[in-house]
Design a protein around this ligand. Sequence first.
Ligand code: 6YU
Length: 494
Amino acid sequence: KSVSANIVIIGSGISGVAAAHRLLNAGFQHVRILEATARSGGRIKTGKLGDNIVEIGANWIHGPCEENPVFCLARKYGLLDPESLTPENQAMDVGGHPPWVPNYYTSSGQKLNAEDMNPAKEMFAELLIESSEFQSQGGEPCASVGDFIRLSWSEKWKETDATTRSLRLCAITNMLKVECCVNGSHSMDEVGLGAFGLYETLPGLDCTFPGGYEGLIKNLMSELPTGLVTYNQPVHCVHWNNTEKKQNPVIIECDAGERIAADHVIVTVPLGYLKKHHSALFRPPLPLHKLHSVQRLGFGTNNKIFVEFDSPWWDADCEVIYLLWEDEDVMLDEVPDVQRSWIKKLFGFTVLKPTERYGHVLCGWIAGHESEYMETVSEQEVTQNVTQLIRRFTGNPTITPRRILRSQWFHDPWTCGSYSYPGKGCSVQDLENMMEPLPTKGSQAHPLQVLFAGEATHPCYYSTVHGALLTGWREADRLISHYSSISPSELHKS
Ligand code: 6YU
């Protein structure tokens, strides 16, 4: 059956594209997407470093298994390597932390024996598990995951000698920096302990798209009508609750001045954008409880610095390189002098594999305000800092990168950071508030005027592509079930 209601989707990232897909397949005839930039994909963005395909945004399918819709779509479109498709790969349960083969280097140029780091690694993994258990119990002992880790470690390693303990603490500081990248937070002191356990992982060993993550978007777009997306069309304001109008109660005002009338609008702008622009974006403003949740949820920055070399300086089987600063045995994941020492926040590198495909390319990871500052310095300065860092940690003064490429997500005006995390004081209620449509109360003549999708509105898969995709489907389904519950004569009212 066809439905003629006017639906406007703001944003052509995976959640917006998924919502459009679902609505069109369900017979909605008037669906359009308004996108601020010249492309679809948003935080799914594939780029080039020389001849190599690299991911500027999303990197992995987290938990590629039957329950993961991104995995199922990627498989359907033939976008994955055979190893990622095997039942063994799908069954591997790694709890969000793949067991990569590590190399450890220290700031005095030592390469450490990886086994010596196991006690620190195991303790940190245990503390992360403990951190995620409060949400079901309540009564957490402190506000943030960072505080909890500092509080709890002292119970352990009482017997250990001072030198070993100091090195282990440097390793813990490094692991906190890793977690800042995983969570997209400035510091683990900003990640709420009470809601840390809300995030759920799926089984399956994380895999990548050999031809680039954007292949997923391209395949989805190829199944949609051309002209569905209006590009370079930033939305300035959503005027909702226009009760005088019998039809099209929502007016979407674009930066270019165009005003578009709709029955329903699905807002998929990133939480970073929403935090910065909510007061201009909604007339009337967002209800207070929703606004407070927008403020309580966190949205930080995680960036990548790709670095290519003529030859590898890491072990052949190495998958991740950790850089331990020997003056950092205090478990603080913030760099005191950001402008001089921002590079200290970079935890290390993941190795792009397989070598036959990528050559010798590393991906450096840096989160937080240090990462935001990194975005403002020249590419030459980034290269200099990375080169000095690697020379220092390897003790090899001749290592010279061939080229680099970095992401700049904080200064992207339509994203304003990387992805969301539960901030201090957050609860499941905040995520529920995020996805609640407007108007929130009553059975007015015009329900479901403004709907909310996007990664930050998923109750347990926030910060991921599969989470974002599921929210697009969820909001489409909300409209589909609304129109299937009203009489056929009502269907064509507009
Ligand atoms: C994943 C991964 N991954 C790395 C990096 C980043 C992200 N993610 P979009 O922003 O895509 O779309 C919105 C659109 O709206 C956009 O096109 C805008 O231009 C447009 N817009 C904005 N304002 C507008 C306006 N006014 N008018 C019109 N249009 C407007 N996810 O699954 N695997 O490896 C990574 C990673 C550097 C930046 C990621 C990853 C996150 C995803 O990229 C992201 O969620 C989705 O693409 C968002 O889609 P969307 O549609 O919502 O928004 C244990 C534990 C702890 C918990 N966390 C652990 C999880 C780890 C998360 N890991 C991420 C890691 C990486 C490396």
